[in-house]
Write a protein of this length. Sequence first.
Length: 374
Amino acid sequence: MSTQTITKVPLLDLKAQYDTIRPEVDAAVKGVMESCHFIGGPEVAALEQEVARYSQTAHAVACASGTDAILLALWTLGIGPGDEVISPAYTFFATAGTIANNGATPVFVDVDPRTYNLDVHLLEKAITPRTKAVVAVSLFGQCCDLPAIKAVCDKHQIYLIEDAAQSIGSEWEGRRSGSMCDFGTFSFFPSKNLGGAGDGGMMVTQNAELAEKARMLCNHGAKPKYYHSLVGTNSRLDALQAAILRVKLRHLDRWSERRAQNAALYNRLFEGSKVGRPHHDTRTRHIYNQYVIRVPNRDALKKHLAEKNIGCEVYYPVPLHVQKCFAHLGYKPGDMPVSEAAALETLALPIYPELTEDMIRHVAQTVRDFVENA
Ligand SMILES: *Cc1c(COP(=O)(O)O)cnc(C)c1O
């Protein structure tokens, strides 16, 4: 097949993924339907164990979404009004939205210009006597420098949560994402590397007491049923999601390998061009939840790719410190220069495991042609 025959490359193709695992997924769904055990139960318990093992943690607690996982982790740690919690300025909104929803104040820190993860050198300056926690993000599938961040948190006796919504299976020097902090939080949103057929999330921790409290908060603070020592909420994972996620977890390492191979091919194809390639910190296992390039004329390239039926997305166009809902915090444009520049210049290209080599070549050539002739 020549590259000329390719007329369309979506950003993500979940149907192509389903086609590779259809019998397993269908059997899992049927199993839950036959059992009629829809909330919690053996599928959810088994997924919790499997994710805990996969992420090198002692405990895992399933909940309704990746957003709830962060919200409940903060809640479990007792964070609320009067507290400050540090978040990178360049991340998905939920990282800081959950801080605000717990009644605490988000404090933003700029990111590293190469990895887009929290700039550890700026962290200590942002800590005040009110700081209770840091929510560090392992963005685009690459672990942030958790040992260094943890050292700062330990020194100041504050909690560390890793928003690992994009990084399940990523590693820092062999240690898995989610395992190097008080709580790691995963999202099973369909487009994530491990995605369900709907919303879902999970908290992981090494601490049995924290796991126990988180589990209670997910279920109205009840233990046993109808005896409430805490006021919690309803944030649970459906058995259908758990059953499907268990199937997909078995394929996750193979998919992550394919994503890394696809990234390596893009990297070769962009060599010697003006396309800024993603930086891979070799201390990490990068699982490429996104493959994010950097170009000065990003918006024009995005428009061009749309015309050529090539899927792409801007993660994220507006850094959090300048979002309208956080105007009262008093940040202004220019406060987080690295995040602001990234928001103008980054673009995610298709990287999903089922891409063919010809599709990648077609995307890379289209990008190169545009950037070179701009
Ligand atoms: C997807 C995502 C979330 C939220 O997960 P949901 O399951 O969609 O609620 C949080 N943080 C980051 C960095 C994400 O990418």
